[in-house]
Design a protein around this ligand. Structure first.
Ligand SMILES: Cc1ncc(COP(=O)(O)O)c(C=O)c1O
Length: 411
């Protein structure tokens, strides 16, 4: 008996009622004509907005939503998001300049990163954004540069909590980590820092990423509030802001389900009651992929079709150099298929064929879809990879083998 075909939960966000994937109301052929390109990323603004609405419907109103630009730094998207979220998190000087120029108020921009260079620290101080300080030396550098520039650096500590995010492939807290300052050490230094030398804001407690288990996020929130309270208790100055992390994941693979935000929101409501002192602070959740990944597709053309010892291969003009994460080489241990479809043949009841879609690179790693059932795939059709709105072009080795870079569009 043949095994049932695994189903991706995440292929319902785009309009396919006319047998075609529409992005922002446009067919792939139209987008291709607009761009004069046959391989591209397209992002649908309405899907980003829907995702932000989902967040606000479930999460208590006083918790602010910040966007981590690293997930998708495509400038027109960042500029559009400026009006939809309450702040930006940046991870480099380039992202910081983007965030500042978008018009986002500087007090709502924070700069995190475990190895900030002197120029970056100075730039953050001069721009007036909040530095998420990740080591004691970084703090003394910030103080020194602030003194030289005649500006008090705006500082929050990134905390490496003692707890770990359960059920997550991307843990950024707990145990030894390059991120932030261990909570035990912070508890020691917080009482006696010279707060005159900085504008102190509070704490950034970031524990991980891409989590689809509500109970794991709830557990991390419980521990984050408890930790924030303990840190506040030993801090002799006012704590104005606590960033309580992010970590909301999206379903990439067959069998995964979308995160249910309702229990996470109800638990946060309860925590705000349980910790009245925290309730009075500015509280922030910082998300990247959750906001943008589902809004993006990567489209390439099938340019050849051949069989090798009974197996059918589709050759395309897109590949790993544009979309490393889809190839399975960006944090996956075992490669799994992203949701993939023939974008101009979306009638899901039509006959399917088992195929492997590959790109132009001379490496078996350059696989876009491995042994997937696709609808009547032919030369000239569009091969579309869903869940491609985050960690796409900027997380891919675009110069590898010298093929053209990919273009992007927001619709
Ligand atoms: C500090 C920080 N914030 C936000 C993010 C964004 O993560 P995600 O896109 O999974 O939400 C990351 C991911 O590396 C991060 O390190």
């Amino acid at each position: 008996m043949s095994k049932p075909i695994p189903v991706h939960a995440s292929m319902d966000q785009f309009d396919t009622s006319k047998n075609q994937i529409l992005v922002g109301g446009k067919t792939l052929d139209s987008i291709s004509t607009i761009l004069d390109k046959s391989v591209f990323y397209a992002y649908d603004k309405s899907i980003v907005k829907r995702q932000i609405e989902r967040f606000h419907q479930a999460i208590p109103k006083q918790i602010k939503l910040h966007y981590a630009i690293k997930a998708n730094p495509y400038l027109p998207l960042v500029n559009a998001m400026r009006d939809w979220v309450e702040g930006f998190d940046v991870a480099s000087q380039k992202e910081m300049i983007m965030a500042v120029q978008s018009g986002m108020p500087v007090e709502d921009i924070s700069f995190a990163g475990p190895s900030k260079q002197e120029g970056e620290i100075k730039a953050a101080i001069a721009a007036g954004v909040t530095l998420h300080v990740e080591s004691e030396l970084e703090l003394s550098r910030a103080v020194q540069f602030g003194h030289e520039l005649g500006i008090l650096p705006i500082v929050a500590f990134r905390v490496n909590p003692a707890f770990e995010l359960k059920a997550s492939g991307m843990k950024m807290g707990g145990g030894p980590k390059q991120f932030g300052i261990d909570e035990e050490r912070l508890m020691e230094i917080l009482p006696s820092l010279n707060y005159q030398q900085m504008q102190f804001r509070g704490f950034h407690i970031y524990w991980g990423s891409q989590n689809l288990k509500e109970e794991a996020i709830i557990d991390a929130h419980n521990k984050t509030f408890e930790l924030a309270q303990r840190l506040m208790d030993v801090t002799p100055v006012e704590v104005t802001t606590v960033n309580i992390g992010g970590g909301f994941g999206i379903p990439y693979f067959a069998g995964e389900k979308r995160l249910n935000l309702e229990p996470i929101g109800s638990n946060l409501e309860a925590l705000l009651v349980q910790y009245p002192q925290l309730e009075k602070r500015e509280l922030i959740i910082e998300l990247g992929r959750f906001l943008v990944a589902e809004a993006g597709i990567y489209a390439s053309k099938i340019t050849d079709k051949k069989t090798s010892r009974g197996h059918t291969y589709l050759m395309t003009n897109g590949g790993l150099h544009h979309h490393l994460s889809n190839s399975g080489n960006f944090g996956q241990v075992i490669r799994k298929n992203y949701p993939v479809a023939i974008g101009n043949k979306m009638n899901m009841t039509a006959d399917k064929e088992a195929v492997t879609a590959v790109g132009p690179l001379c490496t078996p790693l350059d696989t876009l879809a491995d042994k997937m059932q696709l609808t009547d795939p032919q030369i000239g059709d569009w091969l579309v990879v869903y869940q491609s709105g985050a960690y796409g072009p900027t997380a891919s080795p675009q110069d590898f083998l010298g093929h053209p870079h990919v273009v992007e569009i927001v619709l």
